[in-house]
Design a protein around this ligand. Sequence first.
Ligand code: NAG
Ligand code: NAG
Ligand code: NAG
Ligand code: NAG
Length: 239
Amino acid sequence: MLTQTFMLALVSVAASQDMLNMCMDGKHHKTYPGPEGKLFQQCSPWKKNACCMANTTEEAHNDMSYLYNFNWNHCGVMSNACKQHFIQDTCFYECSPHLGPWIQPVDSTWRKERILNVPLCKEDCETWWEDCKNDFTCKENWHQGWNWTSGYNECPTGAKCQNFTEIFPTAQSMCEKIWSNSYKYTTYNKNSSKCMQMWFPEGPNPNKKVAEHYLNKAPSPGITASLFFLSAILSALLL
Ligand SMILES: *[C@@H]1O[C@H](CO)[C@@H](O)[C@H](O)[C@H]1NC(C)=O
Ligand SMILES: *[C@@H]1O[C@H](CO)[C@@H](O)[C@H](O)[C@H]1NC(C)=O
Ligand SMILES: *[C@@H]1O[C@H](CO)[C@@H](O)[C@H](O)[C@H]1NC(C)=O
Ligand SMILES: *[C@@H]1O[C@H](CO)[C@@H](O)[C@H](O)[C@H]1NC(C)=O
């Protein structure tokens, strides 16, 4: 009995450890995170431990890449300043091994899991919005509602191109609505360890600590159960 409960406790602790280092079941994600010799340009900071393959990161830098056939230029050519944030967003989504606490199952034809409410650092959201202010779009939610007849996304009839600030009056509205709440706007700064960084320099990935913070803050049923079993073991030993 004791051995059984102890094993159960170990298993649930191990499961929560995996939450800190895992890949979502997406369209291009690897099954498990691991080192990649080299990742392309903006995705390079993830090379020591990544959920993306090198070819995915190279393709992520192309317009209308075959990753998703997504057309950034649906309302005229997107500026390079704006586009680099969308490339970074793609690197973060494809490569990050520390999104475990925010991975959710999704009923979709092209992926089995998605991210929901990932707390994004204030600077990363605000510079994204600032750099896209002079660009144009026709839709608030870029996940849904496009006309895909030509093989890439075009504005649906009736959706007129407007500048970003008309579609997204605030940085928060853009970061949260554009990918149907994949991101959550926060007022945490990048040095807080409480928000995920889309942009970080080569070196240790600062987002691991952030995932740890949120895992500890909201103990999963697994952790609660393992704590329960551990205390049961302890009291059994003390008796
Ligand atoms: C990358 O290469 C792997 C293996 O060579 C292949 O299975 C995968 O489909 C490629 N992915 C992309 C996005 O090209
Ligand atoms: C966006 O469009 C609105 C209305 O046409 C205009 O008032 C505003 O100055 C524009 N903003 C930018 C950054 O172009
Ligand atoms: C979708 O786009 C095509 C052109 O690529 C157009 O002919 C068609 O009318 C559009 N359909 C809708 C429903 O807007
Ligand atoms: C974190 O950065 C913000 C602004 O970027 C600064 O105001 C704050 O003092 C910094 N906090 C620490 C602990 O370094």
